[in-house]
Design a protein around this ligand. Structure first.
Ligand code: ADP
Ligand code: ZN
Length: 356
């Protein structure tokens, strides 16, 4: 087992990564100090792993809320259903909300935990690579609105994150690749040596070689834990983790969940951000090419899906949370491992990047 901590003073918490962690009943039940727990999961994950969590919590009063799988479920209607499930449980302030699933479950359950009685204990049991390396760590919780992704939410840190890598055995290939996009992002924004390591491990990661996967998760979590500890509410450095995301969110929103998934959209977004950086004279072309090549080897898309109008995507990008009074603020880079926040990016250059 590997472990790192998100250092937030009294709210410090562990991120544990290992195989078969969900089989350890003692560890799981220790995550629920109160009498009650609500387990939130989805229709793919619950049949596979819910029983393990329930068995570990046999001595507690537990309820569960299972939502249909898919990003389109991360909405306000489902949010109020989770709250209703807490009400049915008779949840008091010592309840623990447990997210068992991918980023969708984690974001939704986390926002419910942040809101119920102004905030109750929250535990993340991520079952997708994407959630293990990114969304389960750092306390961002949210639901989507028709106007855009993650527009309503709260910062609410979990009390613990337990990533059981054995659950990745059942993860569909497309979801594994999506998680690898966020792993590449970590190297791209702040760690050239890790990026080079990923170039050497691409095949091992795709066949889920356990040591390579565990190392990739651990390294990504370590990086993110450090960033979150230094800048919990994204006043500065934490924004770098959004590399590729302003483009990516625009793609996702515009496609209305039918097209690319989050990791795929971020892959395309990172390539666009790298190309834009080159076009603005801020970064070498060769680094953009290395990024594109690595994503391509991991089976991720690197070009905009057909049928998306650049002007429409740009309009979506103006609504991004990083935009300040209508001015685009984007995460660009100086090259591999050197992301930076750039204000007042000229819209003509963005349009040109979107047109390819
Ligand atoms: P993400 O973590 O990428 O944000 P989701 O929460 O939407 O995404 O999960 C992606 C898909 O993978 C969903 O259909 C979900 O039900 C499914 N899933 C999550 N974890 C597993 C797993 N360990 N085994 C099989 N399917 C899983
Ligand atoms: Zn992301």
């Amino acid at each position: 087992m590997r472990e790192c901590f998100v250092e937030l003073g009294a709210r410090r918490y562990p991120v544990r990564i290992g195989t078969n962690l969900l089989d350890d009943a003692a560890v799981l039940s220790a995550l629920v100090p109160g009498r009650q727990a609500l387990i939130v999961s989805d229709g793919n994950v619950a049949p596979l792993y819910l029983a393990k969590v329930q068995a570990a919590l046999a001595g507690k009063t537990t309820g569960h809320f299972i939502l249909p799988p898919g990003e389109q479920e991360k909405n306000l209607a489902r949010f109020s259903e989770v709250l209703a499930a807490l009400a049915v449980l008779g949840a008091s302030r010592d309840v623990t909300v447990i997210a068992l699933g991918g980023g969708v479950v984690g974001d939704l359950a986390g926002f419910a935990a942040a809101s119920w009685m102004r905030g109750v204990r929250f535990v993340q049991l991520p079952t997708t690579l994407l959630a293990m390396v990114d969304s389960s760590v750092g306390g961002k919780t949210a639901v989507d609105l028709p106007a855009g992704k993650n527009l309503v939410g709260a910062f609410h840190q979990p009390s613990a994150v337990l990533a059981d890598t054995a659950t990745l055995a059942t993860l569909p290939m497309r979801e594994l690749r999506a998680g690898l996009a966020e792993v590449v992002k970590i190297g791209a924004i702040g760690d050239a040596a890790f990026f080079a390591w990923l170039e050497g491990q691409a095949e091992a990661l795709l066949v889920r070689e356990p040591e390579a996967i565990a190392e990739a998760i651990f390294h990504s979590c370590m990086h993110k834990a450090g960033v979150v500890a230094r800048d919990e509410t994204e006043q500065g450095e934490r924004a770098l983790l959004n590399f590729g995301h302003t483009f990516g969110h625009a793609i996702e929103t515009e496609q209305e969940f039918g097209g690319l998934n989050h990791g795929e959209a971020v892959a395309v977004g990172m390539v666009l951000a790298a190309r834009l950086s080159t076009a603005l004279g801020r970064a070498p072309q060769a680094d953009a090419e290395r990024l594109e090549a690595l994503l391509d080897r991991l089976g991720l898309p690197t070009v905009l899906p057909a049928g998306l109008a650049p002007e429409t995507l740009l309009a979506r990008m103006r609504l991004d949370k990083k935009a300040v009074s209508g001015q685009l603020r984007l995460i660009l880079w100086r090259g591999i491992g050197r992301a930076e926040i750039v204000a007042n990016v000229p819209e003509t250059a963005v349009l040109q990047a979107l047109r390819g």
